[in-house]
Design a protein around this ligand. Structure first.
Ligand code: GLA
Length: 385
């Protein structure tokens, strides 16, 4: 397959004629650690993937947006009416229209545009293809219109697009990763202040590799379950009289849990509070260059998601167990849950052995064969030309 940027450019030429004014790329992400902490005002540590979505774009007159997507093969068009209120454009176009809506709602004079979109980020694998699309479109429109919107303020607007226009109650992690990540680094993000620190994440230097296994598990009820987890966390925070679960430290955990009557709410809160601490511990190890020591934290995160937050599925647990048995230093599900991908931190020359062990465990259980790839931290959204 040709390069994704070439495909976006060629798509533009074919659908609209002529050359685009530029091409903008934004990556998918994996989250190293810090799951379901973002909407609890907590900490996350994602890094960008070398898989990207590219928007080739040029301005057009008036408040009109014409968008071709390689994936659907169709061209959609919408105007001021469709971005006056949420949800008027549906399907994949909602992510594009949502960005236009959010920018306009924040007072920006969004230029009309033609956009051709191509992507290497697989859909439905939990790698944030939607945030990559939002980020590619947002950076394109910001540049084309010369909008006064620095990168650090873009994720919140992209999240608004997703929350209010598309209607998914996600946190701010994925859009932050797509926009703010740096090559070779993980993004340590405080989801309350939106402050970031770029943490060097030199897998190669440590003789390690990060294996990403696509579980191929169908997302079962993921949307409803995600919203339910969010409600539980908010209920726990309200019961504890704090703004968000981020405000409960691990040293206060036992006292806090004793005040929650419902055992399920207690488990949910325990996951979030301990997960925030695992992010801080992971960051401390990475700052000290002790990369291989983060393995147990990754695995502990998985156990917490499996037993306390209850967002894993049999395929995912099988992949994690098989990876650990085959010698991975740590393994965990990454992303919102109920399917998606597993990360396994492995010695660089053990990656294929671990991947084969996961495939064998899958075959034994009769699951659809998993896919895998090794990745290094890549850059966030950038203008290509
Ligand atoms: C999804 C959401 C994020 C985050 C993760 C879980 O990816 O989009 O905001 O909540 O799940 O960590």
């Amino acid at each position: 397959m040709t390069d994704v940027a070439d495909r976006a450019g060629a798509g533009f030429d074919r659908e609209f004629g002529g050359s685009p004014a530029g091409r903008w790329a934004a990556p998918g992400r994996v989250n190293l650690i810090g799951e379901h902490t973002d909407y609890n005002d907590g900490f996350v540590l994602p890094f960008a993937l070398p898989l990207r979505t590219v928007a080739a774009a040029a301005p057009q007159d008036g408040a009109r947006w014409t968008v071709w997507s390689e994936l659907s093969g169709e061209t959609i068009e919408f105007g001021a009416d469709e971005v006056a209120e949420p949800a008027r454009v549906t399907g994949w176009g909602a992510y594009v229209a949502g960005v236009v809506w959010a920018l306009r709602e924040a007072g920006h004079d969004v230029p009309g545009a033609r956009l051709a979109i191509a992507s290497d980020v697989p859909l439905g694998a939990g790698l944030s293809s939607s945030a990559a699309l939002e980020a590619a479109v947002m950076t394109a429109l910001v540049d084309l219109g010369g909008l006064d919107l620095p990168a650090e303020r873009q994720p919140r607007l992209a999240q608004r697009a997703e929350n209010h226009y598309v209607g998914a109650p996600t946190g701010i992690m994925d859009q932050s990763a797509a926009i703010r990540c740096r090559d070779g680094h993980a993004l340590f993000l405080d989801c309350r202040s939106e402050e970031v620190e770029h943490i060097p994440f030199d897998l190669h230097g440590a003789g390690l590799a990060m294996l990403v296994v696509d579980s191929r598990a169908p997302h079962r009820h993921a949307d409803g379950e995600y919203a339910a987890r969010r409600r539980s966390c908010e209920a726990a925070a309200a019961r504890l009289g704090v703004r968000a679960l981020r405000d409960v430290g691990v040293d206060q955990l036992d006292t806090a849990l004793a005040r929650l009557d419902d055992p399920e709410t207690r488990r949910r809160a325990r996951h979030v509070v301990t997960e925030d601490q695992r992010v801080l511990d992971t960051v401390a190890l990475l700052r000290a260059g002790r990369v291989r020591e983060i393995g147990p934290l990754l695995t502990a995160s998985h156990v917490s998601m499996r037993d306390d937050f209850e967002i894993t599925v049999p395929e995912i647990d099988t992949a994690v167990e098989a990876a650990l048995e085959a010698g991975a230093l740590g393994a965990r599900m990454t992303g919102g849950g109920f399917g998606g991908c597993v990360l396994a931190l492995v010695e660089v020359d053990a990656a294929e052995t671990v991947a084969s062990a996961v495939a064998a465990a899958y075959a034994e259980k009769g699951f659809q064969a998993p896919a895998h790839v090794t990745v290094l931290p890549a850059p966030g959204a950038t203008r290509l030309d």
